[in-house]
Structures are given as C-alpha cells and as structure tokens.
Design a protein around this ligand. Structure first.
Ligand SMILES: CC(C)(COP(=O)(O)OP(=O)(O)OC[C@H]1O[C@@H](n2cnc3c(N)ncnc32)[C@H](O)[C@@H]1OP(=O)(O)O)[C@@H](O)C(=O)NCCC(=O)NCCS
Length: 382
C-alpha cells in the first residue's frame, strides 16, 4: 500500500540566493567591500597581506611591533612544515605528477590536521595559533608540491613577506618590488569575502564542533570548483582560446548561443560590478602598459564590452587576477591555489567567529522524490 506525502507549501531560495544565513563582524559587502570596517581601496593600496590577515584574525590593525611578531610567526611556520607531510607529498608527486594542485594542497593541509592532532576546537588562543601556522604552512606546501612535480627537491622557504617569498618560490626568480606590491594586492583582494561558498563550507563544518583543519580542508574543496575559485584558471584558458581581440565578438556570441557561462563574469552579490575587479583591472592595465601584455588587455577589454552590451554582465575579481598572475609569470595551475593561500586568512577568521557564538548550521529541504511506498524484499523483486 502506498501513502502519499503532503508537499509542504513552503517556498525556498535555490542556491540560498538572498538568504541571510548569519551575522559576521569580519566583512561587509554593503555597496563597497570592507574588512572589519576598513575600505578595500585603502587596504588594497597598502597591499600588505600580513597586515590584512592580522586584521581579519585579531579584529584590529596591528601596531608595528605586533605586525613584526606576526610576520615572524607566519614565516617560521612556512619554514618548518612537518617533514612527514613533505615526504608523503613526494610519494604522491612521484605517482600522480599531473594531479590537480588543489588536490595536493587539500591533501597537504588535511595531513597537517592529523599530524598536529587537531581533533577538537580549542580555546581562542589555540585557534589563532593554528590559523597563523596555516597561513605560513599553506604557501610552503604549495611551493613544495610545484618543486616536487618539477623534478626538484623542495627548496627552502626564503625570508620575507608571503607575497615576496611565494612569488619567488613559484617563479624561480627574485621578484621586483613592483611585482611584489601587485601580488600582495591580489592576496589582499582575495583574502576575505563574507559568506561565499567556501567560507560557508568552513563555517558549516565549524558549527558541528569539528576542528580547524577539517574546516579549511572542506573550504579548499569548495574553492576548487570553477564557479568559485577555480574560475581564475579558467579565465586564462578562455583568453588563450579566443586568441585575439578581433575574435572576441564572435566568441562571446558563440558562448551565449550555446548557453555557456563565461568565466570571470557575474557575481551572486555584486550586480553592478565587483569592486575588487575594478581596482585590480586598473592596476593590471598599468602594469602591462608598453609590454606584450597589452595585447591580452585589448582582448580582455573587448570581451568586457561585449559582456556588458549583450548580457549586462560585469567582471568579477578572477577576470583581472588571472591576467595579473599571467603577467607576473606564475604557472596557471597555481592560480586557484594562490587564492587558497590568501583566503586561508578569511576562512580561519570565520571558523573562530563561528565557534565563538555557535549554533549548528542545519537548514531544511523540500522533498521532491517519490511518494511513500512499501518495501519489497529482494527475493520478491524478480
Ligand atoms: C558567479 C556565478 C556563479 C553567480 O551565479 P548566480 O548568482 O546564480 O547568477 P545570477 O543569478 O546572477 O545569473 C543571472 C543570469 O545571468 C547569467 N549569468 C551569470 N553569470 C554568467 C556568466 N558568467 N556568463 C554567462 N551568463 C551568466 C545566468 O545564467 C542567469 O541567466 P538566466 O537568467 O538566463 O538563467 C555566475 O555568475 C557564474 O557562473 N560566473 C562564472 C564563474 C565565475 O566567474 N565565478 C567566480 C565568481 S567570483
């Protein structure tokens, strides 16, 4: 006998669009983007990632002494990643050299949780300590994986800020101060963005009482997707596929005709353009003026105009960030992992905030499957 299930009349928001799922003191997207009340324009112009990471984690801008001590702790963590993790990554690099760098990073960060025996959320000071170590360990694991899959043994972590050291490690060259400043600005812009998918994933895991490493491992998995962090790598593929500005119009038409999503455009929250994209787009154009990179800017500009004209869609941060990373000589496969390095600051701040005032995150759903039916034992199913 089959009983029918009454369908609830309740409405729902697909993708939680427009749903306010909680409160935060970390970031606001109200007209402009602010981290803990500070306008993104000012923070991006200063371009000091460690200063911003400190602000996100501790709630206030650091004094010079606080910043110096913070940088020392993060740098020490980068220089002392547990050898067990590096050894395990070396074995994985030997068997899976073409694995996604995001998979390697997620695995490395997850291993840290096991080795550091992170199995309960500790007091605030312990969580801050874990967050600071993750800020240093994550770029070091990324650089080690790139070495290991390029036939080198992992090189030592160079002295300096994360922007300086990571740029040096990933390009193999000592970067110019201008390049460090621009790279630092991208890290600042990627650092935090309220209740985006990966941060919400981290907060959801935190809400269950789980540990810091489990939260950020889940967040890395969420960031990997092309509709979220994975978009910055796809942007460069798109630019390569179009090839030149004179092909842009036809290419955009083709995408719309095939109902394909154009990577680097659109945003769930910013409907009048992503403030971060405007900031970084200008910096990118300034950076490549007079170089071969101008051709890519011409092409990007043409695509932007077409997207606006045909669909009223504006670029998001991934659109200029991909071009900046390419101009800095960074390998495409490291673009999304660099986003991880930056967003680690926002994720860990949110995990600490969630734990400080927790209620388990557990929404409801509307059932749309078959009506209630009787179980038939396998022996009677034919
Ligand atoms: C970011 C993104 C996932 C937001 O999704 P969303 O909030 O569900 O999108 P919206 O509700 O604003 O979409 C409105 C319309 O614009 C379309 N649209 C949005 N972004 C688009 C894009 N990049 N290319 C083509 N069409 C797009 C949608 O398909 C939708 O069309 P429809 O009304 O005909 O169904 C989406 O814009 C996207 O996939 N962008 C490309 C991936 C990307 O760059 N991600 C990085 C985000 S920071």
């Amino acid at each position: 006998m089959t009983a029918s299930l009454a369908q609830p009349a309740a409405d729902f928001a697909k993708g939680l669009a427009g749903v306010i799922a909680g409160q935060t003191r970390i970031c606001s997207l109200d007209g402009t983007l602010r981290y803990r009340g500070y306008d993104i324009d000012a923070l991006a112009a200063a371009g000091d990632f460690e200063e911003v990471a400190y602000l996100l984690l501790h709630g206030e801008l650091p004094t010079r002494a606080e910043l110096a001590a913070f940088c020392d702790r993060v740098s020490a963590a980068a220089s002392t990643v547990d050898a067990t993790v590096i050894d395990a990554l070396a074995r994985l690099a030997a068997t899976s050299p073409h694995a996604s760098v995001m998979d390697a990073l997620r695995t490395g960060v997850s291993m840290l949780g096991l080795i550091e025996r992170d199995d309960t959320p500790g007091p605030r000071a312990a969580l801050l300590d874990q967050a600071e170590r993750l800020l240093g360990q994550t770029p070091a694991i990324l650089a080690a994986w790139i070495d290991l899959t390029s036939g080198r043994s992992p090189q030592p972590w160079p002295a300096g800020s994360i922007a300086t050291s990571l740029l040096e490690r990933l390009t193999g060259r000592v970067p110019s101060p201008e390049h460090v400043a621009l790279f630092g600005t991208t890290l600042v812009l990627y650092a935090e963005h309220e209740f985006n998918a990966s941060t919400f994933a981290a907060r959801t895991v935190a809400s269950t009482g789980s540990d810091m490493h489990s939260c950020v491992t889940a967040a890395i998995g969420a960031l990997k997707g092309p509709l979220h962090g994975g978009a910055n790598e796809k942007v460069l593929e798109v630019l390569g596929e179009i090839g030149s500005a004179d092909r842009a119009d036809a290419w955009v038409h083709e995408q719309f005709a095939a109902k394909r999503v154009v990577m680097g455009f659109g945003h769930r929250v910013y409907k009048d353009g992503d403030v971060r994209a405007k900031l970084l787009g200008t910096m990118c154009r300034d950076m490549v003026r007079g170089t071969a990179g101008e051709k890519i800017e011409e092409l990007a500009d043409r695509v932007e105009r077409m997207m606006l004209e045909k669909k009223s869609l504006k670029p998001n941060l991934d659109w200029p960030a991909a071009r900046v990373y390419h101009a800095l000589g960074l390998p495409v496969k490291t673009f999304t992992p660099i986003f991880v390095v930056a967003r680690m600051s926002g994720w860990t701040a949110h995990v600490i905030e969630q734990i400080s005032d927790n209620r388990i995150i557990r929404p409801l759903s509307i059932y749309t499957g078959p009506p209630a039916r009787d179980y038939v034992p396998v022996a009677s199913r034919g």
